[in-house]
Design a protein around this ligand. Structure first.
Ligand code: GLV
Ligand code: MN
Ligand code: MN
Length: 414
């Protein structure tokens, strides 16, 4: 394909790739990238971002909810802002682009404006959310929900696996738990998030970037199964109430239910078994369920079926199961104005405009309930994500950044 990138846009893409590589060094686990919300690696990554902003003459800080935020004033001080960014927390053993791409691309856009001393009619605010993956506590999207004035009240009193309260970790990080509950980014006019696609569509169609139309809704549950521990040698099979065997049957039922319906996906991504010994029948099992669909009624129907089946399996096996919802986000349609602005930016680069839905969840879902929001996708190799093999090319990186920059320049507060 003929590239519509200027030399300067290509160079900006190379700088962003180099920075993404450097940023991946901020990890909680040497040898692999794991950066959980409010962890030490998150603190170091946030400090690096704030430092890069300072070098560019942009003042940035950690806000009450643990987001890194920075502002580049418009021609008139106090003008409404276009918010640009993504998240910098990661899953365990992550790739380096999920979230980080959009956060560092936002920084690159502002650095470019600052380097030229260019002021726009609107202000530009950049944001690096800290809690998109929900990998440490059960809630997710607390950073973006805070900016939307919708902080989940019960989030702060959750404990992580080490018994640390989110409230205490947030205060130690430099946030303010009480203030987070009252936060609302009223000066924001719209939000735009660049992100790797995390799916295979752009690659299959030979396109470097695409525009997101909508984001699937999601429900997460935490299921606990109580059976009876016992001697693995002395207890006959017919007299067992094995919590793990029941949980495993539930996991297979969930997979079957999702396989039976196009576009519905469901995952048991974490399973813990107690007491966890080779010679003890498991007395307790606990697992997560993540259900997603493009249409809320279909996700809700799947949820109802899965809950009923969990109860039926528990009854049949003589165990007790509880299932609690820990996260729920309705399907989200991107703002038509933002979609058309992004489409124009993509088209201006000589790239055919492909508008596609997102199966993964994003901070744009939370901000989008408050202000017009949209997303730009960058092709990733094999559609692989949540995996250290996540990969993008330098050229695609440059296309994404160029489209984002062109959108930001053309944006007008409507
Ligand atoms: C975030 O990556 C999610 O979709 O779970
Ligand atoms: Mn992400
Ligand atoms: Mn992710």
């Amino acid at each position: 394909m003929t590239s519509g990138l200027s030399e300067a846009e290509r160079a900006a893409g190379s700088r962003l790739m180099a920075r993404l590589a450097a940023f991946a060094a901020f990890t909680d686990e040497p040898g692999r990238l794991t950066r959980l919300f409010l962890s030490d690696a998150h603190r170091r990554a946030a400090a690096a971002l704030i430092g890069w902003c300072a070098e560019a003459g942009i003042e940035a800080r950690i806000d009450a909810a643990g987001n890194v935020v920075g502002r580049w004033e418009g021609r008139k001080a106090g003008a409404p802002a276009l918010l640009v960014g993504s998240h910098i927390d990661t899953v365990r053993d992550a790739g380096r682009y999920d979230g980080n791409y959009g956060a560092l691309a936002a920084l690159a856009v502002v650095e470019d404006l600052a380097r030229r001393g260019e002021r726009l009619d609107h202000a530009l605010e950049i944001v690096a959310f800290g809690d998109e993956e929900g990998g440490r506590w059960r809630t997710t999207l607390t950073g973006s929900r805070a900016l939307a004035g919708d902080y989940p009240e019960d989030a702060l009193d959750q404990k992580d696996s080490a018994g640390i309260l989110m409230r205490d970790a947030l205060a130690r990080f430099g946030g303010d738990p009480d203030e987070a509950l009252r936060l609302r980014a009223d000066g924001v006019a719209a939000f735009i998030e660049a992100h790797i696609e995390q799916g295979p569509v752009l690659e299959a169609e030979g396109l470097p970037i695409g525009v997101v139309s909508a984001i699937n809704g999601a429900t997460r549950l935490e299921v606990g199964v109580d059976g009876v521990s016992g001697h693995a040698g002395a207890t006959p099979m017919r007299l067992r109430r094995d919590a793990f065997a029941a949980a495993a049957e539930m996991a297979l039922m969930i997979e079957r239910r999702a396989r039976g319906e196009a576009d519905l996906v469901a995952t048991v991504g974490r399973m813990e078994v107690w007491p966890g010994a080779a010679n003890v029948i498991p007395g307790h099992a606990q697992f997560s369920i993540d259900i997603r669909a493009p249409l809320d009624p279909r996700r809700e129907a799947a949820l109802a079926d899965i809950r009923a089946e969990i109860a039926a399996i528990a009854r049949a096996r003589g165990v007790v199961a509880t299932a609690a919802i820990t996260h729920e986000a309705g399907a989200f349609t991107c703002d038509p104005g933002v979609v058309s602005g992004l489409s124009a930016a993509v088209g201006s680069l000589g790239v055919p405009v492909r508008v596609l839905p997102s199966g993964a969840g994003h901070d744009a879902m939370a901000i989008g309930r408050f202000r017009p929001s949209g997303m730009l996708f960058v092709r990733c190799k094999g559609g692989i994500s949540h995996n250290p093999l996540e990969s993008i090319t330098e050229e695609d990186c440059a296309f994404g950044l160029a489209a984002l920059t062109r959108f930001v320049r053309a944006f007008r507060v409507g």
